[in-house]
Design a protein around this ligand. Structure first.
Ligand code: COI
Length: 367
């Protein structure tokens, strides 16, 4: 039996002032600002080859001291998670299905040859951080405190093997709409020159490398005036896989909701699985299956596909407008945000923010 780690706590001597914090919370953007504290837990393999987690601590937010030869800087041995904390009307702070993120991080850890973190330590890290940085949870419509747990290989060693020293950390960042401004349909660029994942690769893991690989195609997307890039599997009839940082869904006029099946290449989105559950419970025929770019094009042309949306922790549910490609575009299926997408979004955000009853038991109180 493993005993839960004891946490120590050192509070920041220089937290941001209440005025500075209020100015940030009034207009948080995404990923620009960070709270006053961070959580760190160390992992080390001893001379006998036994690894263990220790030294769990809450400390002031600040730069990390790393040896220049630390493995993460050379071989990208890194994984992360993304989740959000919401302040409810009574001032309590909650997060959404954190045990799913804890489990997924351990799946990612296995793929990246990093150590698994006990789920209880993952959850306690979130509680510790939010307990002291509770004032940082924004309350604006659609805003939340974005929590970013991550694990990096810190061992100073240039040989290519799993690092024997690792650090798990959590930082937090007040966040508004991922795409900035008001929610509106985003246009997407189809990446035909690059793939995000290949069979047996790291597509299913939430590792930094997957996102690094999406940046060159993301630049192409931006040059085309698009907000996100879409990846296909060119060896599987151009099956739709996922966007640079989110999963994708298609709403059909006859009540079907289709999303690419988990095939090892696609991220096991917590929002994805929640949308599937909510949609099934409202009577939609949810199909996790292969959907090709040709089916997308034909479905929009015939009117069979009525809405397309992206989903993820950061994106929540964001309607997709036009899909631009090198050979013309697939028009937006509707004139704006679709009814089904927006209704599921409203229910999901309602559960998360405490205005809709959480009949699923998805919310966990953090503070
Ligand atoms: C998330 O939705 O949490 C993500 O990880 C997407 C992106 C911000 C990397």
């Amino acid at each position: 039996m493993t005993t839960a780690l004891e946490f120590t706590q050192q509070l920041s001597e220089h937290p941001k002032s209440a005025e500075e914090r209020a100015a940030i919370l009034a207009n948080p953007g995404f990923g620009n600002h960070f709270t006053d504290h961070t959580v760190v837990v160390d992992y080390k393999v001893d001379v006998d080859g036994n690894g263990g987690w220790s030294n769990a601590r809450l400390e002031p937010y600040g730069p990390i001291m790393l040896d220049p030869s630390a493995a993460v800087l050379h071989y990208g041995q890194e994984i992360f998670e993304g989740m959000k904390a919401y302040k409810h009307a009574d001032g309590t702070v909650w997060t959404f299905r954190p045990e799913e993120n804890a489990k997924r991080m351990n799946l990612s850890a296995r793929r990246l040859a990093l150590p698994e973190l006990p789920e209880e330590t993952f959850l306690e890290s979130l509680r510790r951080l939010v307990a002291v940085d509770k004032e940082w949870v924004p309350t604006g419509e659609g805003d939340a405190l974005y929590l970013r747990p991550f694990m990096i290989a810190t061992e100073a060693f240039l040989g290519v093997r799993p690092a024997r020293e690792v650090s798990f950390r959590v930082i937090a960042s007040p966040a508004g709409n991922y795409f900035g401004g008001e929610l509106q349909p985003v246009s997407i660029w189809l990446s035909e020159n690059y793939a995000r994942a290949g069979r047996g690769g790291t597509g299913e893991a939430k590792c930094g490398g997957n996102y690094a690989a999406s940046l060159a195609p993301q630049l192409e997307a931006e040059a085309q005036g698009c907000k996100q890039v879409l990846f296909l599997d060119p060896f599987n009839d151009n099956a739709v896989e996922e966007l640079g940082g989110m999963n994708i869904f298609f709403v059909f006029a006859d009540g079907r909701l289709v999303t690419p099946e988990l095939n090892g290449n696609i991220l096991r989105g917590v929002t994805r699985s929640s949308v599937i559950q909510l949609a099934k419970d409202r009577g939609l025929d949810v199909q996790e299956r292969k959907i090709t770019i040709d089916e997308w094009r034909a479905g929009v042309e015939s009117g069979e596909i009525t809405e397309v949306f992206a989903c993820g922790t950061a994106a929540v549910i964001t309607p997709i407008g036009e899909l631009k490609t090198q050979h013309g575009s697939i028009a937006s299926p509707g004139s704006g945000a679709g009814e089904v997408s927006m209704s599921i979004r409203k229910q999901l955000l309602g559960i998360q923010t405490g205005t809709v009853e959480d009949t699923y038991g998805w919310m966990t109180r953090l503070a």
